[in-house]
Design a protein around this ligand. Structure first.
Ligand code: DX5
Ligand code: ZN
Length: 224
């Protein structure tokens, strides 16, 4: 059986009570904490940075999954590693040398991944498969929570799943396949069927009054 994971995006949490929100959502069954970093340059919005990651680190042992929506990326990688990030992913078009940026993340002791915006080709994966721990397919354009799921992401997930399975059949390391954007209780089963194993959800979880019940309901949809 594949490992599946629910990764609540704290972009949709109450920023005035972030430590408590993280503790509550992990107690409610979250597997990873998805941490969205926006720079008002690569994306037209500004969110949270390494200082907030460091402040949250003592509040949980759950992996912190840092999604960089910044350009360039290399300067900020050591800062997030120092701040306690476990996983760091970035958009390949936001760095001059994606291979170098992936290596930099691993050199700092973190898991590394590439993020694919809706129009970004999966071909960026081709020559860096050995340097990937995560592939993140975006089902909205990066920059904002609460957007609608773009249906073509399902086809893209299936293509990414094929590449990852072929790689693993050839003896390659495990690579998580993560989906991010507009994930809800009514589409999560089809997203799972398309090949995702790791599910980011912001508004669907933090907008729900009972984190444990929405996470359990999502998990039931994934496993059915
Ligand atoms: C968008 C972020 C997402 C976002 C997801 O740029 O990368 O992680 O917070 O939020 P929902 O689940 O509300 O679409
Ligand atoms: Zn994200």
């Amino acid at each position: 059986a594949t490992t599946t994971r629910i990764a609540p995006s704290i972009l949709a949490a109450d920023f005035a009570r972030l430590g408590e929100e993280v503790r509550n959502v992990v107690a409610a069954g979250a597997d990873w904490i998805h941490f969205d970093v926006m720079d008002n340059h690569f994306v037209p919005n500004l969110s949270i940075g390494p200082a907030v990651c460091a402040a949250l680190r003592p509040h949980t042992t759950a992996p912190i999954d840092v999604h960089l929506m910044v350009e360039p990326v290399d300067d900020i990688i050591p800062q997030f590693a120092e701040a306690g990030a476990d996983i760091i992913t970035f958009h390949p078009e936001a760095t001059r040398h994606p291979d170098r940026s992936l290596a930099l993340i691993r050199d700092h002791g973190c898991k590394a991944g590439l993020v694919f915006s809706p129009a970004t080709s999966l071909d960026w994966m081709d020559y860096v498969m050995d340097k990937l721990d995560v592939v993140l397919v975006m089902s909205v354009n990066p920059g904002f929570g609460g957007q609608r799921f773009i249906p073509s992401a399902l086809t893209k997930l299936a293509h990414a799943r094929r590449r990852i399975d072929a790689w693993q059949q050839d003896g390659g390391q495990p690579i998580a396949l993560e989906i991010d954007g507009g994930v809800k209780i009514d589409n999560i089963a089809s997203i799972r069927a398309a090949g995702a194993d790791t599910f980011v959800a912001g508004s669907a979880i933090f907008g729900h009054p009972d984190y444990a019940s929405i996470i359990a309901a999502m998990r039931a949809e994934i496993l059915k």
